[in-house]
Design a protein around this ligand. Structure first.
Ligand SMILES: Cc1cc2nc3c(=O)[nH]c(=O)nc-3n(C[C@H](O)[C@H](O)[C@H](O)COP(=O)(O)OP(=O)(O)OC[C@H]3O[C@@H](n4cnc5c(N)ncnc54)[C@H](O)[C@@H]3O)c2cc1C
Length: 492
């Protein structure tokens, strides 16, 4: 992916694209990929980096959603399990099966969870990953050695899948570009262009040099997650609120607090939430929380009470209990909890409460897709493009993404490690800048590699060296290095 080449394709302001997508998270990337592979001329603009919003801060599970099963939302679980199967096939190497145990500390829990999870298995049908089953206490402890021994009756074993969210986002961007789309990070949409009451394009500005573009298109899709209403208000200044953020944080700990390669799912903590302990890149991810009433932000801040909550609750299920000093990294993301606005004359609203994503179009033709989850983003992209084609009067063509293989780069050979405590190497910085549109230190340390998500101290240690190498590749000076280091450290 060559950023200069991509930018050059936006130069001609008389050109009319078929589909313009605003937002480069899971939803926007899936939409752009769906549109371009149907043969629509497609542009995607992301104000920050790909997945820099919510999409790099997920629990990193591709899952049917055991929680939805508990709520009786069978259709949603079935849809998610079908998409899970497709992602395992289409993004092989990026999405992998993961075994979970649900520990039982009361005798009836094994029967209760076993029955529910057997149904989960059946709903997956041919796309099932592995058999659900009962494990005794000894086998449970063999799989999750640090699980609390006292009172453990056994567990239910089931299967889901896990992934690296930022890497999958990049694979979608890469694949969309390979199919002819223009996909750009660090280009912000600053307004909508309207002609005769219809949305006919966007005004956009690059982040670093402030270059401005007018991009015309037959239809514009708003896929901006928790920022959805900002874009809607370019269209309808009085638009009511349609998305509310709910914050979820994760703590990253040493893998010894889990002890094995099997994840643990606590389906109901004492206050009724789900808690995951997941092995990820030789660390343990512990999450998550659900905090409403927070501000919309690209880099939300974890609250002290969220950190305390996770440490306290995880401790209750573990032999060796983590303390605050054991935290290697913390990340916070905002769920775009969506409610569709009332449909006005000319607009359409097709959501229902049982669905996790919402899709609607305004009177002037702005298509908005929000809510949902990483697991179902392909389906969301397909639905958004179906609607966009209808609204933009594009020739109707079927989606091709259900069987589309995503492009994953080859692993480079070994080179110098960037830090002894981090599993990344120098050649990965070079590839990030040369081939993956990394422009900032955060792009490299948070998303092309996951250094800052694995170990904040080690990341701070290697940041000057990484910034210096990036400056060399990007032709930047000492001042750029200092500014990048300052802004990166203040975001940590
Ligand atoms: C704590 C947590 C855990 C989760 N865990 C899972 C999980 O394990 N599995 C799962 O399937 N799902 C999970 N999810 C849900 C999933 O992460 C989200 O549904 C998904 O990432 C949302 O993607 P999005 O593209 O809609 O939003 P975002 O990723 O936020 O993308 C929106 C993008 O729009 C950009 N943007 C905003 N304004 C503009 C503008 N003016 N111009 C250009 N660009 C703009 C933003 O910069 C942003 O990058 C989790 C969510 C949270 C919060």
């Amino acid at each position: 992916m060559d950023r200069t080449e991509q930018l050059a394709r936006l130069e001609d302001s008389n050109e009319v694209w078929d589909v313009i997508v605003i937002g480069g998270g899971a939803t926007g990337l899936a939409t752009a990929l769906d549109a371009t592979t149907r043969g629509y001329r497609t542009v995607l603009l992301e104000q920050a980096d790909f997945a820099e919003g919510t999409s790099s801060k997920s629990t990193k599970l591709i899952h049917g959603g055991v929680r939805y099963l508990r709520n009786g939302e069978i259709g949603l679980v079935r849809e998610s399990l079908r998409e899970r199967g497709r992602l395992l096939r289409n993004a092989a190497g990026l999405v992998e099966p993961l075994a979970f145990v649900v520990p039982a500390y009361r005798w009836h829990e094994r029967i209760f969870y076993g029955t529910g999870l057997a149904l989960y298995d059946r709903l997956a049908g041919d796309l099932g990953i592995g058999r659900t089953g009962h494990l005794g206490a000894a086998e449970t402890r063999r799989r999750a050695p640090n699980l609390r021994k006292r009172g453990l009756h056994g567990s239910t074993l089931y299967w889901d899948a896990q992934f690296d969210d930022a890497a999958l986002a990049l694979a979608m961007a890469r694949t969309a570009v390979a199919h002819g789309a223009v996909v750009l990070n660090h280009v912000r949409v600053t307004g909508l262009v309207k002609e005769n009451g219809r949305v006919g394009g966007v005004e956009a500005k690059t982040r670093f040099r402030g270059r401005e573009f007018l991009v015309k298109g037959r239809v514009v899709v708003n896929a901006t997650g928790v920022f959805t209403d900002e874009i809607r208000r370019f269209d309808e200044p009085e638009a009511e609120e349609s998305v509310r953020p709910s914050q979820g944080i994760h703590l990253v700990l040493d893998q010894r607090f889990l002890g094995g390669r099997t994840a643990v799912m606590i389906p109901k903590t004492e206050d009724g939430r789900v808690l995951f302990l997941i092995p990820w890149k030789d660390r343990l991810l512990l999450g998550t929380t659900d905090t409403e009433g927070v501000e919309v932000a690209l880099h939300p801040r974890p609250l002290a009470e969220e950190i305390d909550y996770l440490i306290r609750h995880a401790g209750g299920y573990l032999e060796a209990r983590p303390t605050h000093d054991d935290i290697r990294a913390i990340f916070a993301g905002l769920r775009p909890l969506a409610k569709p606005p009332q449909a006005k004359a000319g607009g359409q609203s097709t959501s229902s409460l049982s669905r996790s994503h919402v899709l609607y179009s305004s009177e002037s033709g702005l298509v908005t897709m929000t809510g949902g989850k990483w697991t179902t983003c392909r389906q969301m992209g397909e639905e958004a493009v179906d609607r966009a084609a209808e609204v933009g009067g594009l020739p109707l063509r079927p989606s091709r993404t259900a069987d589309l293989t995503l492009l994953v780069p080859e692993e480079g050979g070994p080179s110098e490690a960037i830090d002894p405590d981090l599993p990344y190497q120098r050649h990965q910085i070079d590839r990030a800048v040369r081939e993956e549109m990394a422009m900032t230190l955060g792009d490299v340390l948070c998303r092309r590699t996951r250094c800052a998500f694995l170990d904040e101290k080690a990341t701070s240690r290697c940041a000057p060296k990484v910034a210096a190498r990036m400056a060399e590749l990007l032709g930047r000076d000492e001042r750029w290095i200092e500014e990048e280091l300052d802004s990166f450290e203040s975001a940590l």
